[in-house]
Structures are given as structure tokens and as C-alpha cells.
Design a protein around this ligand. Structure first.
Ligand SMILES: [Zn+2]
Length: 390
């Protein structure tokens, strides 16, 4: 049995202990500050007699993996936590309890999984969630943090755990006693993790995103605490202000302004398609040698539409279509009727290669582009010259 110093004093950073068992790299101590992980909180990091502790495991007997140690049973050791790492996780864990509490007050949620590491703090839940709910819950959590709330850990007999009492999944807890962590009179939950003495020390909590987590749960909620939360809040605020400025709206109206822009864009795209179809349909062919040549250049038109129209133009026989789309580069579509002895793919590459472009396709249909913009007349004049020489 190892004395769990991390439970009796979560702020203990250094400790002295005696080795009670040795198995290869693994060392069991009579007492330890190293939390072996659990309840979503990652194991502690640190050193034992100056050597890195690379893993920690166990429930009653806590075992420390210390590669390279030369310890024997009875040896006295000194241990030291990576305190910055642990403190960040303590902040995250107490923060997670408050966040789940505030969310589940507003909507029926089931806690599926918690994962707290230095890099990422996540909780996976089942139930309904939206940004308005998240916003209200985060505001409440931060109000509790600002006011401060003492965190208490106590052992409660399994039989005394009430249905409407502390949050607990008793089927996942072994033993007769249940460790219950309470934050002021706000939240109370069964938990083996290491917590702060007061919620005030969280500093700030911010949900940074929530996304679908199916099939594990409905939502994966990511959050930050302390200085990380402050820095992201400031960053997001500035970006949101910059965005509102560009949209020409007040920050609180920027979502409506964005929706309006999006509708305008859809309307503009529809109009462009209508006029594009009209322009392509009214294209008249000219005779070049034995071919009826449909040619033209169009700015900003949908390439798929241009390709469809090129196929239609050559459907009647004896025709060649050379259509150019100009956007941020020059895109050429070359099509010819099935009865024509013309290799569109090779002709297209002959036309594009002097401009650093290329394409692909078949003998009666090919398309490709250049990396930059090319004057359409240059390509079309060259095509006419090549067709005349065929
Ligand atoms: Zn917990």
C-alpha cells in the first residue's frame, strides 16, 4: 500500500520515500506525489533521485518506471514533480468538473469520456448542445471562478451515495469508499483525480470548440484554462473585431452580415451562370478550312458549364469548339465532333505548352490550363493557324 501524498496534499512538489519493491525498471514506494493517472487526468511527470519517471501505474501500490535506476528495497529516495505540468492538469480537472456541471444544468447530458493533457483538454458528452448553451455555461463557470469556491475531497461510504447526491458512475468504482470532490456548493462528483484547493486558481475557462464525436458520443468539447484561455480569448476577440470591420458591421451583427454576403454570393453565382449560358448559346461558329469553329473567352464562368457547352456545340458534327475560361489562370477546353480527324489532347498540349501549361483528355475532348494568365487571342489565333495547316 502506497500513501497517496497527491491526495492528502495536492500542492506537494517534492517528497522523500522508501523503496518497498523493485521489478526491473519499476519501483514501488511507501509514499508518493506521483498520480498514476485516471478519471481522464494524465499521469504525473517528474524525477526520482534525478532520474526521469517515464510511467506511473497502480491503485493501492503505486509503481514508478525509472529506466537506469540502481535502487534496492529499503533505499531512501527523493522525488520531484514536474509541477508546471501537474498544476496545469489540476486547473483543467477542477475546470472540467465545473464546466460539465454548468452544461448539464442547462441540458440533459451524459458524460462519456474525459481526456486532460497539457496539449488538449476534452470532454465527450451525449446530448443536445449549441453555442448559446455553451456560452451561458462558460459565463457561469467564470463567475464561479471569479468569486472563488473551496474544493473539498472526502471519502463517502458506497451505501451513503444518494441518487440525487454527487455525480457518480458507481459501477466503475471499486471498493467500499467513494472519493467525492465538491466545489463550493456548486458541484459534487465522485473522482480520484488531483484538484485545486480553490476554483479561483483556474483563472479563466474557455471552450475553444465543440464538434461532432459520433459514434463515441454526440459532442467533443475542447476547452482551455488559465493563461492559455486568456490568450485565446484575446486572440479570438481581436480577430472577430477585425472581421466585423471588414464586413462593415458591428461585431454583434457580423454573423447576420456574413449570412447576407453569402446570399448575395449565391445570387451573383446564379446570375453569372444564367448570363454565361446565354453567352455560350449565342456563340456563332466561323468556317476555318473544313471546320466550323466555335471559339470564345469567358471570365469567371464555371468550368463545368463551359465543358458541358463545348460538348453540345460539337454534337451536330463537323465542328470544333475552343472555349477559354479566365479566372486566376487560363483554362482551355477543346472539343471536336466524333467524325473529325483531330486529336484534341495533343492539339491542346501544343497550344498550352509555350505558356507553361498542359492538360489531358481524349482525341475528341480535352481540357487543361496554364499556371498564370495568357491573352486568349494568342491561343485562339494559333489554333486557327494550326487548323488551316491541317
Ligand atoms: Zn474528476
Amino acid at each position: 500500500m502506497t500513501e497517496k501524498l497527491y491526495q492528502s496534499d495536492p500542492y506537494l512538489k517534492e517528497f522523500a520515500a522508501t523503496v518497498t519493491k523493485v521489478e526491473g525498471d519499476w519501483v514501488v514506494l511507501d509514499r508518493t506525489v506521483f498520480y498514476p493517472g485516471g478519471g481522464g487526468q494524465e499521469r504525473d511527470r517528474g524525477k526520482l533521485d534525478g532520474l526521469q519517471v517515464t510511467d506511473v501505474k497502480g491503485k493501492e501500490e503505486i509503481s514508478h518506471q525509472v529506466p537506469g535506476h540502481a535502487l534496492a528495497v529499503g533505499a531512501k529516495v527523493k522525488g520531484e514533480l514536474d509541477w508546471e505540468y501537474r498544476y496545469a492538469l489540476m486547473r483543467a480537472h477542477t475546470g472540467e468538473h465545473l464546466l460539465f456541471h454548468s452544461l448539464s444544468k442547462r441540458t440533459e447530458l451524459e458524460l462519456v469520456k474525459i481526456s486532460l493533457s497539457r496539449e488538449r483538454k476534452v470532454l465527450i458528452v451525449k446530448g443536445h448542445l449549441d453555442w448559446d448553451l455553451v456560452k451561458d455555461a462558460v459565463l457561469e463557470v467564470n463567475a464561479i471562478i471569479a468569486e472563488g469556491a473551496a474544493v473539498r475531497c472526502q471519502q463517502v461510504a458506497r451505501g451513503d451515495m444518494k441518487e440525487d447526491g454527487p455525480r457518480a458512475k458507481l459501477d466503475r468504482i471499486s471498493g467500499d469508499m467513494v472519493r467525492v470532490v465538491s466545489i463550493g456548493d456548486h458541484d459534487s462528483a465522485a473522482c480520484a483525480g488531483v484538484h485545486l484547493g480553490d476554483a479561483k486558481e483556474i483563472g479563466m475557462l474557455l471552450v475553444s470548440k465543440f464538434t461532432s464525436a459520433k459514434p463515441a458520443g454526440d459532442w467533443e468539447i475542447e476547452f482551455l484554462v488559465g493563461p492559455d484561455a486568456v490568450s485565446l480569448a484575446v486572440d479570438h476577440t481581436v480577430r472577430s473585431l477585425m472581421l466585423a470591420e471588414r464586413m462593415g458591421s458591428l461585431p454583434r451583427d457580423s454573423l447576420t452580415a456574413f449570412d447576407n454576403r453569402e446570399r448575395e454570393l449565391v445570387r451573383a453565382r446564379e446570375a453569372l451562370r444564367t448570363y454565361g449560358k446565354l453567352a455560350l448559346s449565342s456563340l456563332q461558329p466561323r468556317q476555318v478550312g473544313e471546320w466550323k469553329l466555335f471559339s470564345g473567352s469567358f471570365s469567371g464562368l464555371d468550368r463545368k458549364l463551359v465543358m458541358e457547352k463545348a460538348s453540345e456545340m460539337v454534337a451536330s458534327g463537323g465542328a470544333v469548339a475552343a472555349l477559354i475560361c479566365q479566372d486566376d489562370r487560363t483554362f482551355l477546353v477543346l472539343a471536336c465532333s466524333g467524325d473529325m480527324k483531330l486529336d484534341c489532347a495533343s492539339l491542346l498540349n501544343t497550344l498550352l505548352s509555350p505558356h507553361g501549361g498542359r492538360g489531358g483528355g481524349k482525341s475528341n475532348f480535352a481540357s487543361g490550363g496554364t499556371s498564370g494568365l495568357v491573352e486568349p487571342g494568342v491561343i485562339l489565333d494559333e489554333l486557327v493557324r494550326l487548323l488551316k495547316n491541317q
